[in-house]
Design a binder for this molecule. Sequence first.
Ligand SMILES: [Ca+2]
Ligand SMILES: [Ca+2]
Length: 199
Amino acid sequence: MRPSPVLSVAMWLVPSLLLGCAGGDKSGDSAAVDSPVIKGDPPVNPTLLINEFLASNKASNADTAGEFDDWIELYNTGTDRVSFTGLSLTDDLTKPEKSPLPAGAGIDPGAYYLVWCDNQPEQGEDHATFRIAKSSGVVALYSNAAGYDSLRVDGINYTQQPADLSAARVPDGSTNWLAGQTPTPDAANGTGGASDSGP
Ligand SMILES: [Ca+2]
Ligand SMILES: [Ca+2]
């Protein structure tokens, strides 16, 4: 079992934690995105965001190896293509360069990019070197591009995640994080419906 990374960042997340659960919907699901945005660093490229993530993939969607692995969906909210060169994903804020995004690749305006979080980088450049903890944790996007030194672009601190339900910005790119979403990999968030949507 991994230690509780959420505790290590909680001290400097106090302002956002005090805001309570921003993802509380009518479902009453205890699984929530506790403090949606990690405060601290100035955004480097605010048009590229972590848009959705699935921390416990049992039967939602498989990678090219046929494995139901965790994933992070990136989304470009801007009007220009964003290069991945110098960008990295991590589940450990003390290791911002843990899993570099593929240099030379990028993401078009309004497009999605799915990164499999299976710690199987041998399966392709879209596979990260970590898995997403189900119990709680953090996922963050950093820039190490020229002129920047591991500045955080985006980051989400989350609590226990249920199987086959994602946490997502609804709509895409917004600050409205919702837990318990039907996963929409490479597609618009919210279109799969909530897990316990009312009439
Ligand atoms: Ca895999
Ligand atoms: Ca999506």
